[in-house]
Structures are given as structure tokens and as C-alpha cells.
Design a protein around this ligand. Structure first.
Ligand code: FAD
Ligand code: SIN
Length: 534
């Protein structure tokens, strides 16, 4: 009998596309517990707009999807991984259809849209709110399964490892996690034979990000602290078209708007009439170039002309087409006084996706026995130096299933957890100055935006590093003295992730994909990963 209070077979931290896919693939054989930081649908998955990439149309080929992924990723992708994921895509879509995801249809076939970097129409979608439909379908299936327990409002603090065993075995396994219960404020211990990190990205390290509030890199930071390697964190993706609005800082305007013919135009500025379509000046693929190219072009024009934003215009396609294809965005903008069927949308680039993360193999295994990872928190080799549009949800489905399959196939080799020490509750003092947390959150996000953004220099990166070092001392001291709270946990992880991003960026002495530095503007002939070893 176990002495650990919340023991299960498999523990999954994260209830988005990756976590729930893994859970559904395990639940027929094992007891599965899934933790979420707040609501079960609080991750990026529910916010996804454009769709999921898969080769489904006659005339399109796996080779073409592989090539587009490699071109966007500036050759840093692992080709075998790309081939594996692309090959699994049609099956992943078929399973979502079985789960009831109401994809848009054209006759008897799935309707396919197009996005930047894709040389074919290959994005299945549910209007312009694909992620919400996917999250609902996965969640309903998980709620209905008797072997899956969904536990909202638990903020994981740190992985439970050999260091936390009552009798130290030295085996180096991961046995679960310590997490704060938001309702009681108490720290609970969850143990399992296998733990899967599916905690999403780290977008909130930046001031402007399309990602939800909880994208603070928790899984990446926890895995790093437990001893797992992390790679390619310099490749933070900036989506070219986030709505420019001083109150709403994170509303995405899907890439499908450009895919369906939207143009990027200069706005009127200082008495000069706008309307110039500038993307053809930068790249022959114009608005359909990969994201890094389009985001850099917009950033260049904004800085060159002193603009606040540029315009994205699709009004020339007609009101019926626009409302039919983008009903969610149309309604949202109308509520803000912008009629996208008649006028252009003001847009700016914003952080959108974390390409790097915890290193995993094809089976979702990390460096640590018993620990797996899937989805945006992981580095699988799929995205290389820049993720291709709509490949991210796909990665979640494929690696969520791979991790589950490996656990099932090797169950006998996974030892049950020994007795683990409960959380040390001796730090009972409440923080004396909550303002410290807020101040540091804002400071990190601002210097990451200014110094570690779309265009970098070594000097700017060193400035960021200097600030991270100073703040680390303060946050460590704070963490060591006061009761852990969700905000403090996130601040600690935000800082840890910022440090990993800057260390990777300083180590890369070239410009490749999303990492563009004025000090090393050229791409080296041989692509190499930036691997950080704890
Ligand atoms: P998420 O869905 O982000 O889920 C993370 C989970 O981890 C959450 O349940 C959270 O509560 C939990 N968690 C995190 N930290 C902790 C902790 N400390 N303790 C407990 N639980 C924790 N990709 C596409 O392919 N197509 C698209 O159209 C698309 N559109 C996008 C639009 C937007 C606005 C955004 C932000 C992203 C978009 N992406 C898209 C990217 C894609 O949505 C994400 O990469 C993907 O959903 C990530 O899924 P995930 O399962 O890895 O993590
Ligand atoms: C979008 O709809 O533009 C987002 C797609 C993605 O992030 O892959």
C-alpha cells in the first residue's frame, strides 16, 4: 500500500491538446489524473484559431508538407521527426472527427484553408475558432471516461524526484509533482509511475503575447530544475498579426486572413496617404511568407516610419466572404468599432509560440526516467528555428499519443513510486509585499520585449542577462522565505524561462529563423541545436 496521498498510474500536468490526447490514449488500461492550473480549458489550445495542418487533398503530398516545414524551420528541424509527424496527421484528424470535432466541410470533403509558408491548402478548421471546438471535444471525452480524473486549480510547483524520497534510492526517477491547491492554499503531492508534462508554452515572458495568462513556462522550468536538458529556447515565435488595441493586448488575427487573400498595407502617416502593400518589397511570397519573415518586415516598417501599427485588409473579398470565413474575429472587432468587411484592421507582431523546450525523443521521453513531455513545452525536433503555421496542434496530437503508447508498452519497466516526503510546510509566513511579485513580472516582460525581441544584438541580450541575474537573487530570496502562492510560482518560472531564452540566444552566433541578431546577420552553413545541460 502506498503512503502517498494522491497516487495514480499516470499523472499528466496540463489539460490542453497534448495532455488530453495522452489521457484518452491511456485511460482504457490505466488510472490517469490530469492537473490544470485553473480551469480545464485554460490553455492555448482553446484559443487556437486557424486550424490543423494535414495532407488531405489530391495533389498535395507528404513530401510537400515536410519540405514546407523544413523551409519554415530554416533547416534546423530533424527530418525524420518531421516525416513522422506529417505522416501521422491524416490519422490524427480522423480521430478528432470521430470525437465529434465539427470541422468545416465542402461537399463530402473537409474544407481546407491556407496559411503562410504552406504551398497547398491543407489546414482543417472549425471556422476561425478551431481550438475551442477541439478542446471541447477532447474534454467531453475525458470527462466521460471513468478512468480519467480531471483536477482543476492545481498549480504544479516542482517535480517530485529521487531527492524527495523518504529513503533515497539514487535512481533518478521522477515520481510526480508538488502542486498548490488554489482553493485551500495548501501544497498537495501527486505521485505516479509515469508523469507527462503537457504544460504549454512560455509566451507570457513577453509584454505582448497572444498566449493566455498561464503560459509562464512552468513545465520547462520544472524539468530543467529536475535535471532535464532544454534546447532551442532562442526561437520564440512572433505572430505577425495581433490586433493593435491599447486595452486588449493579446487578440490574434488569424494567419488564415492572409491565407485567404488579406493584404498588409502601410497606414496613413504624418500627412502621407497610406495604402502601400509592402510585403512584396521584402519577399516574393509576400503575405504568405513564413511568420519570421513577415513579422520582421512589419517590425522594420514600424521602426522605419515611427508607426504604432500596420494595416491588414481583407475588405476587398466582400462582406459575405469575410463574415462567412471569420465570424468570431468579425464579431469581436465589430464590438470594438472595427468593421473588417469595410475597413482595414490595425495589427502588430506579438509573441505567439515557444519553439524550443524540454528535449524529447520520438516516444515523448525526456532525459529523466519516468518523465515524458508533449506539446508546446517540448522540443521534439519538428519545428526547427521557426514553426510552420498550424503544425503545433498537430504535434500535440502526435506526441500525446506517442508518449501514451510508450508508457503502455513499457509499463512493466516503470517502478511504482516509493514513499515521497510531503511538502515542507515550515515556510508559513505570508509575503509581506505582494507588490514585489507584480513589479518583477512587469519588469521581466518589458525587458524581454525590448531586448530579446524580433531583432536582437549581443549588447541587448547581455543587458537582459544582467537584469535576470539581479532579479534571480531577489526572487530566490523571496521564494525561500514566504509561503508559495500561484503568483510566486509563476514569477519564479518566468524568470527561469527568460534565463533559458537569453542563454540560448547568446550561444547562437548566427541569424537563423526566429533568431535574428544584428551582430551575426548571416546563417552558418551547418545547422546545430542549442542544447543547455543543467
Ligand atoms: P496548452 O493548451 O497551452 O495547455 C497547457 C496546460 O498546462 C493547461 O491546462 C494549463 O493549465 C496547464 N499548466 C501549465 N502550467 C501548469 C502548472 N504549473 N500546474 C498545472 N497545470 C499547468 N496552433 C495551431 O496548430 N493552429 C492554430 O490555429 C493555432 N492558433 C493559435 C492561436 C492562439 C491565440 C495561440 C495562443 C496559439 C495558437 N496555436 C495554434 C498554438 C497552439 O494553440 C498551442 O501550441 C497548443 O494548443 C499547445 O497545446 P498544449 O497542450 O501543449 O498546451
Ligand atoms: C493562426 O490562426 O494564425 C495561428 C495558427 C498557428 O499558430 O499555427
Amino acid at each position: 500500500m502506498t503512503v502517498n496521498p494522491h497516487d495514480t498510474d499516470v499523472l499528466i500536468i496540463g489539460s490542453g491538446a497534448a495532455g488530453l490526447t495522452a489521457a484518452l490514449n491511456l485511460a482504457d488500461r490505466f488510472r490517469v489524473t490530469v492537473l490544470a492550473k485553473s480551469r480545464i480549458d485554460d490553455g492555448s489550445t482553446a484559443w487556437a484559431q486557424g486550424g490543423i495542418a494535414a495532407v488531405l487533398e489530391p495533389g498535395d503530398t507528404f513530401d510537400s508538407h515536410v519540405e514546407d516545414t523544413m523551409v519554415a524551420g530554416a533547416g534546423l528541424n530533424q527530418r525524420e521527426t518531421v516525416e513522422f509527424v506529417v505522416g501521422q496527421a491524416p490519422r490524427a484528424i480522423a480521430r478528432l472527427v470521430e470525437l465529434g470535432v465539427p470541422f468545416n466541410m465542402e461537399g463530402n470533403a473537409l474544407h481546407l484553408t491556407r496559411e503562410g509558408g504552406h504551398s497547398h491548402r491543407r489546414i482543417v478548421h472549425v471556422n476561425d475558432a478551431t481550438g475551442w471546438a477541439v478542446q471541447q471535444a477532447l474534454q467531453h471525452a475525458a470527462e466521460a471516461h471513468p478512468n480519467i480524473t480531471l483536477v482543476p486549480n492545481r498549480v504544479a510547483i516542482d517535480l517530485a524526484t529521487s531527492r524527495h524520497e523518504m529513503r533515497y534510492s539514487g535512481a533518478g526517477n521522477v515520481w510526480g509533482v508538488y502542486a498548490v491547491n488554489r482553493e485551500t492554499g495548501r501544497v498537495e503531492l501527486f505521485t505516479a509511475r509515469a508523469t507527462i508534462l503537457a504544460t504549454g508554452g512560455a509566451g507570457r515572458t513577453y509584454l505582448f503575447s497572444t498566449a493566455p495568462r498561464g503560459a509562464t513556462g512552468d513545465g520547462i522550468a520544472m524539468a530543467w530544475r529536475a535535471g532535464a536538458r532544454v534546447a532551442n529556447m532562442e526561437f520564440m515565435q512572433f505572430h505577425p498579426t495581433c490586433l493593435y488595441n491599447l486595452d486588449i493586448k493579446n487578440f490574434l488575427i488569424t494567419e488564415a486572413v492572409r491565407g485567404e487573400g488579406g493584404h498588409l498595407l502601410l497606414p496613413d502617416h504624418q500627412g502621407v496617404a497610406g495604402g502601400h502593400r509592402f510585403m512584396p518589397d521584402f519577399d516574393p511570397r509576400a503575405e504568405l511568407a513564413p511568420r519570421d519573415v513577415v513579422a520582421r518586415a512589419i517590425d522594420h516598417e514600424i521602426k522605419r516610419l515611427g508607426l504604432d501599427y500596420v494595416h491588414l485588409d481583407i475588405s476587398h473579398k466582400g462582406a459575405e466572404f469575410v463574415r462567412g470565413h471569420f465570424p468570431t474575429i468579425y464579431e469581436k472587432l465589430l464590438g470594438l468599432g472595427i468593421d473588417m468587411t469595410r475597413e482595414p484592421i490595425p495589427v502588430v507582431p506579438a509573441q505567439h509560440y515557444t519553439c524550443g523546450g524540454i528535449i524529447i525523443d520520438r516516444d515523448g521521453r525526456t532525459d529523466l526516467p519516468g518523465l515524458y513531455a508533449a506539446g508546446e513545452c517540448s522540443e521534439s525536433g519538428l519545428h526547427g528555428a521557426n514553426r510552420l503555421a498550424s503544425n503545433s496542434l498537430l504535434e500535440c496530437f502526435v506526441f500525446g499519443e506517442s508518449a501514451a503508447s510508450h508508457i503502455a508498452a513499457h509499463w512493466a519497466d516503470l517502478p511504482p513510486p516509493p514513499a515521497i516526503r510531503p511538502w515542507d510546510e515550515s515556510r508559513v509566513a505570508d509575503s509581506d509585499e505582494e507588490v514585489v511579485i507584480k513589479q518583477n513580472w512587469t519588469e521581466i516582460r518589458r525587458f524581454m520585449w525590448n531586448y530579446v525581441g524580433i531583432v536582437r544584438t549581443t549588447k541587448r541580450l547581455e543587458r537582459a542577462q544582467h537584469r535576470i541575474n539581479m532579479l534571480s537573487e531577489e526572487v530566490d530570496d523571496y521564494y525561500g522565505h514566504f509561503r508559495v502562492t500561484p503568483d510566486l510560482i509563476e514569477l519564479r518560472n518566468l524568470l527561469q524561462t527568460a534565463d533559458l531564452i537569453v542563454r540560448c540566444a547568446l550561444a547562437r552566433r548566427e541569424s537563423r529563423g526566429l533568431h535574428y541578431t544584428l551582430d551575426y546577420p548571416h546563417m552558418l552553413p551547418i545547422a546545430h541545436d542549442t542544447i543547455l545541460v543543467p
